[in-house]
Ligand binder design. Structure first.
Ligand SMILES: [Cu+2]
Length: 106
């Protein structure tokens, strides 16, 4: 039993690598002030191509998107925010650049 739990944990640890998921964190303007703002963003972004997960943080005014970097990139995701009236700026928390010549990390 213990062995089975351990192998499941090992599988979970390996999955994100196999799926080539990348996280991008965006600073959002104007401010998200309530749950409706968050819902609006989540509902719009989660249907963007390649998006796996959307996490909005009201306190930090950031949205972190987990996506398949073979299907989309941080710039495309930032553009999707403008369709619902938000400006999204990638932050240094973005773990991977969209391409080697365009890095968000200083
Ligand atoms: Cu609101």
């Amino acid at each position: 039993m213990k062995k089975a739990i351990l192998s499941i944990a090992a599988l979970c640890a390996l999955l994100p690598v196999a799926a080539e998921n990348t996280d991008a964190t965006f600073k959002i303007e104007p401010e998200m002030v309530c749950k409706n703002c968050v819902a609006k963003i989540k509902n719009h972004l989660r249907f963007e191509k390649g998006v796996k997960a959307v996490h909005a943080d009201l306190k930090d005014q950031t949205v972190t998107i987990t996506y398949d970097d073979k299907k989309t990139d941080a710039e495309t995701l930032a553009a999707a925010f403008t369709q619902i009236g938000y400006n999204a700026t990638p932050t240094p928390q973005t773990t991977a650049p969209t391409n080697p010549n365009n890095t968000y990390q200083q």
